[in-house]
Design a protein around this ligand. Structure first.
Ligand code: 13P
Ligand code: SF4
Length: 309
């Protein structure tokens, strides 16, 4: 089937079912182009709270769909392919978090959005990469924070907060952002002297130390759009180039490493989205008790940092 035909079918199905499509900034360009909401985790969560649609198709990975389902227990939340899983979210196990809490009973638990509902249910607050520093500073009192699973984000926040951060697990990481090596960034800087480096806090500490601007996917897009600079080196997943070129057509972007691809975020294709709308598969639901416990720390995040980027 030709792409135009698939897109027309998607539009028809969306109207018939009062459905809406969410796409993460790293999704396939053709998915980004037809989505109703495109953004990073913060944007998608805000949109999930506000939509009046009956069905939400998530062009992202499992933890994103699960979080949308936690906030919308009465809507049909659909992940087009169950194999779209985030390897970072899998790295934080409930038993490791419970053990860390037993060892640090005074600590509060702050978890990255990239976690599963069962783990979120143990947290005091959730954060995204664009509000993590603000949230860490504004959580109650001076208690240390058990924070995970991403060690890159832990490094980023630790440098900017007064709170003591205890990483959990000790070495959680995003296998995609961690592919960007120090050598890659140094070589790119040599080839493009004076060009600003923008990147994501899921990158390794050594790579972060080479950046002029660090932010969530949406913050990077906004920064590049609004900056007076016209050329950037980008330390993020390759999919971000599409969004960057969409919002700043006249500017030049060089991706630091072409191999920085999240295969999981490329799983939702147009054909899979059309099928998902048609067959209403795969519906993501979270058991009531877990959803109630996981919703509380998400709501706390939204109280402490009410606006998306
Ligand atoms: P943000 O879009 O929130 O920056 O997250 C990046 C990411 O890796 C999502 O899995
Ligand atoms: Fe998970 Fe990293 Fe892919 Fe984001 S980019 S979905 S953190 S593997």
């Amino acid at each position: 089937m030709a792409r135009k035909e698939i897109v027309e079918r998607i539009e028809r199905l969306k109207r018939r079912k009062n459905a809406i499509i969410f796409a993460h900034n790293y999704a396939r360009p053709e998915v980004v182009d037809i989505a109703d909401v495109v953004g990073g985790s913060s944007t998608l969560i805000m949109a999930a709270r506000e939509t009046s649609a009956d069905m939400i198709i998530v062009g992202g990975v499992d933890f994103m769909a699960e979080t949308v389902a936690i906030l919308n227990p009465d809507k049909k939340v659909i992940l087009p392919d169950r194999s779209a899983i985030c390897p970072m979210a899998q790295q934080l196990l409930k038993r490791d978090l419970r053990k860390a809490k037993r060892e640090n009973p005074d600590a509060e638990i702050l978890l990255y959005m990239n976690t599963y509902a069962e783990t979120k249910a143990l947290a005091d607050c959730i954060c995204t990469s664009d509000n993590a520093v603000h949230i860490s500073e504004n959580m109650d009192g001076g208690s240390p924070l058990l924070f995970g699973p991403d060690r890159g984000l832990v490094y980023y926040v630790s440098k900017r907060t007064t709170k003591r951060i205890i990483p959990v697990p000790e070495y959680g990481f995003c296998p995609v952002h961690c592919q960007i090596a120090l050598e890659d960034i140094l070589t790119a800087k040599e080839a493009h002297p004076g060009v600003k480096v923008v990147g994501h806090p899921e990158c390794t500490p050594a790579v972060q130390d080479q950046m002029d601007y660090i932010g969530s996917t949406s913050e990077i897009v906004k920064y590049c759009r609004d900056s007076e600079d016209t050329e950037f080196l980008v330390a993020a997943e390759v999919g971000l180039l599409h969004m960057l070129k969409k919002v700043a057509k006249e500017k030049t972007f060089h991706i630091i490493s072409n191999t920085t691809v999240c295969p999981m975020l490329k799983i939702p294709t147009l054909m899979k989205i059309e099928e998902a709308l048609d067959r209403e598969k795969y519906r993501i639901t979270v058991p009531k008790e877990i959803a109630a416990k996981a919703r509380a720390p998400i709501e706390r995040m939204l109280e402490l940092a009410p606006r998306a980027i």
